[in-house]
Design a protein around this ligand. Structure first.
Ligand SMILES: C[S@@+](CC[C@H](N)C(=O)[O-])C[C@H]1O[C@@H](n2cnc3c(N)ncnc32)[C@H](O)[C@@H]1O
Length: 398
């Protein structure tokens, strides 16, 4: 065992400096950075070291000795039972959005080396139960539940704070046989519901209205567009989240949406959320998406528009010149391959939607080094009670 490892299991008093991307809090112990869960900036806590590396350590919170004024008792009782679904319930709801803005500022300052980045607070979904897509796990009691924090174990869910009532009703009434994970989805507009078991689990006692399987669909209405969403396609976590994103992307895209500078590219376009709502009818658009299911939804959703759906990975797509590129990659971001394709479009305006603060900063640095200016980065809070953040950044070519 190395000298560093021998301190695992020992207790420490820690003073928390700040929250970091990923949701943990950061403290320093004899100069070494320590990440700890469930702590807040300004707090003094007692914690146990659970992992010690040369450059950093991880600690488990034991007790708070000096609490932040922003600390609250988690409003959902399942948090005390270990549910890992919402990791920021100990932070007052009114403070969560500002905390996310601070995390994004820090990521741009450190990762992008842009301490002066124009980062602003954008829209937030309300704290009422609005999530229309949830991925749950089968519990040993034959119910649907969520995973415990940092564990494969599960917690039965009686009443989830963030789940749409149409899904809550389903979770309360069905049983499940087997093992694995199940996605539940409903439409806030039509009331349609569907379930998709990813593994061998069988959901029992489904009400007659509930469709089942990877190919089952619901239809959601966003900003005037009706969108078909298959169970195996990605869709935003709630109708409010989709509407706020559409609004932020439309504002960031601005005049470049009129098609005068060239076509619009909706990269990582999913079922066509942006292509169907933000891009005016008549303006040529190319949607690039790697999932077959999302592409077939997009094909349906963009019928009657001047839109082409390209079923390929963005980084493999033979880029066309464009006036505007909207890109909404998965958590890892665009990275160099995605940015290389984007540069091949020579688009004067780029709107980057990021669901990870560090990936947003990394991609911003790549774009700035390649000749773009960051005009504005809006931080949206689409996942209340969690650390998850969405950043919509506007870039223009220098
Ligand atoms: C965060 S979602 C955004 C989808 C859409 N913009 C929306 O808001 O509903 C990312 C999408 O990118 C797709 N995707 C993941 N990796 C990809 C890649 N390398 N190239 C193209 N699409 C990809 C996923 O299937 C998913 O639909």
């Amino acid at each position: 065992m190395s000298g560093a490892d021998s301190t695992v299991g020992t207790r420490r008093e820690l003073h928390i400096e700040r929250l970091v991307a990923g949701g943990d809090a950061l403290a320093r112990d004899e100069g070494r950075v320590v990440f700890v869960d469930k702590a807040l900036p300004g707090e003094t806590i007692e914690a146990e070291l659970v992992e010690v590396k040369r450059d950093f350590a991880r600690a488990r919170m034991l007790r708070v000795t000096e609490a932040s004024p922003d600390r609250v008792v988690p409003p959902c009782r399942h948090v005390a039972e270990g549910c890992g679904g919402c990791d920021w319930q100990h932070l007052a709801a009114s403070m969560q959005h500002d905390a996310k803005v601070a995390v994004v500022r820090e990521a741009f300052a450190r990762t992008a080396r842009m301490p002066e980045a124009p980062i602003v607070r954008g829209g937030a979904v309300g704290h009422e139960a609005s999530r229309t897509t949830v991925r749950m796990a089968v519990t040993p009691n034959g119910r649907l539940g969520f995973r415990r924090a940092a564990s494969h174990d599960t917690v039965d869910i009686e009443r989830c704070l963030v789940m749409h009532p149409l899904l809550q009703e389903l979770v309360s009434s069905v049983g499940v046989r087997g093992e694995g994970e199940v996605t539940l989805r409903c439409s806030a507009a039509t009331g349609e519901r569907a379930v998709w078991s990813h593994d061998k689990a069988r959901v029992l006692g489904l009400p007659d209205d509930v469709a089942a399987g990877a190919a089952a669909v619901v239809h959601e209405d966003v900003a005037g567009a009706r969108l078909r969403v298959s169970m195996s396609s990605f869709f935003q976590a709630s109708l409010q989240a989709a509407e706020l994103l559409v609004d932020a992307v439309a504002r960031a895209a601005g005049d470049s949406l009129d098609g005068r500078d060239g076509i619009v590219v909706d990269g990582y376009g999913g079922v066509g959320l942006f292509a169907a709502t933000v891009v005016p009818i008549g303006v040529q658009c190319v949607l690039v998406e790697s999932s077959e299911s999302a592409c077939s939804d997009a094909y349906e959703n963009l019928r009657g528009r001047s839109a082409k759906v390209m079923h390929t990975r963005f980084e493999h797509w033979r880029a066309q010149r464009a006036g505007l590129v909207i890109v909404d990659p998965a958590r890892s971001g665009l990275g160099k391959p995605g940015v290389t394709t984007l540069l091949d479009t020579a688009a004067p305006t780029v709107v980057l939607v990021s669901c990870d603060a560090v990936a947003a900063a990394r991609d911003a640095r790549l774009l700035v080094d390649a000749g773009y200016d960051l005009v504005n980065a809006e931080v949206l809070d689409l996942f209340p009670h969690t650390h998850h953040v969405e950043v919509v950044s506007q870039f223009v070519m220098r």
